[in-house]
Ligand binder design. Structure first.
Ligand code: AHR
Length: 645
């Protein structure tokens, strides 16, 4: 019996289909014969892991500072380098005279014990002086929107107002303004807010803080926040949270990656310094070459999970840092093991525990759900081999105090007893397109007797700053293999997730979601992730494929609650792939709903200005009885949903 594709490709997609060609594969051979795909949806081979797809992020590519963390002001804690204050500009309107320097002798807290010292020697109402901030390559403003800010200030004789203005870079026009009445004297926190009018949404804006009289003013922790996702105070950017929510993740691996380890021992993710009032967070040097204020600290990571209704996969620092230093197992490592135990208590302990009480004091009495704890990051890179002693010390302590949680090792480990056993091992794969396409059988014959697998970081590396369609095809091929092997692979996460696309914004070539200060976009691989997670059942049925072309991949899962067969068809070839799909026992007419992603070439991609070159297109096809003839278009990723009963 034949099925006709009823659905409608839009005009651009049709054109793309005709013009499709794999880079470097300019063959003109005939289309392959029909492949036979047989599925027995009544015979479930194994369940699909309920946590198969999740998120991994860290402070890289300005993922948080200048990214997800909604703070609009860059370098709000006034770090300076050899060239002086980073990102801030001295503002001297008209004939005003002023200078700025870093004062290391005064700040509002022990954590922030320095400040920007502004000495204004001449200023008037019409000749104001102060400081300007360009944001993170601009300040994204929207019309009719309220922005809320705060800052710490100390002043001598200055008691006049501190004017705060949002200004359009091109027009020089003030888009919103307010003033703060300085009370003079010692450090004090001030708040301010203002609302934009009927402005055009844009990233090309900056902010100025100015005074109109001479005096000395010290500033620290200068903040400006837009509305945030779920109205979370000190929260996250709405568009990026929405993009993550659409990926239907089940967990967030936090806080990294290399960000967990830091470059040197002193740079590790010392979570205790990232909680509590913002003014008490000193910030720290992130390994990807810039400073983290830790405004998005441990509690904010957990609240981000809560907002997305997902759970954390908590990575604890295991005494190894990226540039090769490690803490000797034994006495030296004990404080780090204790920090890990405390961290788990902060996440999960009730309010009667020391760290549960601290979490409540920080504003979140309710414990967070947790099932997995990861010990370290990429410890296979520790060529000293010290993980074989550090792991057991952590594993024994964590397994003893928290037997209910599963432990993830980041390198293969040997155990002398149950307490030292790894429940899961974290494997990472970054591969070029052809290599990823050829890697998809890797786990098919892997032993099922050892620890489960967490593919905690993976990506096809093609396209900058975000992946191209060829990468999306290889990513999809890889995802079909993870679904097929999801009895072994229990979790996975693409990495890196986020990238600020400004030229100085990124440190990694290929990243899933791009953004600037105003807008964001999903790459072809992002849409592939959404498609795979959206169309996922809870069981893998028995299936076979014969006579398929070399770069054709598929996955079949069945949802026991909805009775939907989710077929994923990935045709990474420039030739269409005819298929005879046999679904055992299917009778009568059924509608197949099809979601397609198509690229005109491997190089086709989305950008911050052209966000929808590759995007999901929807169609349907009629399936009658148990046999369906269908042709998977060239260079296409498809999810086909068929209700079985
Ligand atoms: O995802 C980028 C980096 O790749 C991670 O920080 C690290 O774990 C891996 O090497």
């Amino acid at each position: 019996m034949t099925g006709t594709k009823l659905g409608v490709w839009c005009a651009t997609a049709l054109l793309s289909l005709q013009g499709g060609m794999i880079a470097g594969a300019q063959t003109t051979s005939a289309a392959p014969d029909a492949a036979k795909l047989s599925i027995d949806a009544n015979e479930i081979v194994h369940p699909v892991s309920p946590m198969l797809y999740g998120l991994m992020t860290e402070e890289i590519n300005h993922s948080y500072e200048g990214g997800l963390y909604a703070e609009l002001i860059s370098n709000r804690t006034f770090r300076s380098d050899w060239a002086g204050l980073q990102r801030w500009e001295l503002v001297r309107h008209g004939s005003a005279e002023a200078s700025v320097s870093i004062d290391k002798t005064t700040g509002p807290s022990t954590a922030l014990n320095s400040s920007a010292k502004l000495v204004i020697t001449s200023a008037t109402e019409s000749n104001t002086a102060g400081l300007g901030n360009p944001g993170w390559w601009g300040i994204g403003l929207k019309p009719h929107t309220e922005y809320k800010g705060s800052l710490y200030a100390k002043s001598d004789s200055l008691s006049g107002p501190l004017m705060v203005r949002l200004i359009g870079n091109k027009s020089g026009l003030t888009l919103a303004e307010t003033s703060i009445k300085l009370s003079g004297g010692d450090w004090k926190q001030y708040t301010y807010s203002f609302k934009t009018g009927a402005i055009a949404a844009s990233a090309e804006n900056h902010i100025e803080f100015t005074v109109s009289q001479p005096g000395t003013l010290w500033l620290q922790d200068v903040s400006l926040m837009p509305p945030t996702y779920a109205n979370r105070e000190n929260g996250n950017r709405i568009d990026l949270m929405e993009k993550m929510a659409a990926m239907k993740p089940t967990f967030l691996r936090l806080p990294g990656g290399n960000y967990l380890e830091g470059d040197r021992l002193q740079d590790w993710y010392d979570w205790k310094k990232t909680i509590g009032p913002i003014v008490d967070r000193p910030g720290h040097q992130a390994p990807w070459s810039y400073w983290s204020t830790d405004g998005l600290g441990l509690l904010e990571f957990l609240e981000w999970c809560e907002d997305l209704k997902i759970e954390p996969v908590l990575a604890v620092y295991a005494g190894y840092s990226l540039k090769g230093e490690h803490v000797k197992a034994g006495k030296d490592l004990e404080p780090y093991v204790q920090d890990a135990l405390d961290e788990v208590e902060y996440v999960t302990g009730d309010v009667n525990t020391k760290w549960g009480a601290q979490r409540a004091k920080d504003g979140h009495p309710k414990p967070f759900p947790l099932h997995y704890i990861e010990v370290g990051n990429e410890d296979w890179l520790d060529h000293s081999g010290s993980y074989k002693e550090r792991w057991p010390q952590f594993a024994r302590a964590l397994h003893t105090k928290y037997p209910q949680y599963k432990l993830i090792a980041t390198a293969p480990v040997k155990a002398t007893d149950k307490l030292e056993e790894a429940d899961v091992v974290d494997d990472h794969y970054y591969k070029h397109t052809a290599d990823m396409l050829d890697f998809t059988k890797h786990y098919d014959d892997a032993p099922r007797t050892g620890p489960k697998i967490f593919v905690g970081e993976w990506a096809t590396l093609a396209g900058t700053p975000t992946p191209n369609f060829g990468a999306a095809l290889a990513d999809s091929a890889w995802m079909t293999s993870m679904e097929r092997n999801s009895d072994l692979i229990i979790m996975s996460a693409y990495a890196p997730l986020l990238v600020n696309v400004n030229p100085q914004g990124s440190q990694w070539g290929t990243n899933l979601i791009g953004y600037d200060a105003a807008t964001s976009f999903g790459s072809p691989s992002y849409y592939a992730q959404v498609l795979f997670a959206e169309h996922l059942g809870d069981g893998v049925p028995k299936s076979t494929l014969t006579d398929a072309g070399a770069r054709f991949y598929y996955s079949a899962t069945v949802d026991s609650k909805t009775n939907i067969l989710h077929l994923k068809l990935v045709n990474a070839s420039d030739k269409e792939q005819p298929l005879e799909v046999h679904i055992k026992g299917l009778t009568g007419p059924h509608l197949a709903k099809i979601t397609s992603l198509h690229g005109a070439s491997y190089e086709a991609t989305n950008t911050i200005t052209e966000t929808s070159i590759v995007r999901p297109l929807y169609s349907s096809a009629q399936v009658t009885g148990d046999s369906w003839k269908y042709t998977a278009p060239a260079l296409t990723i498809e999810a086909v949903d068929i209700v079985l009963k």
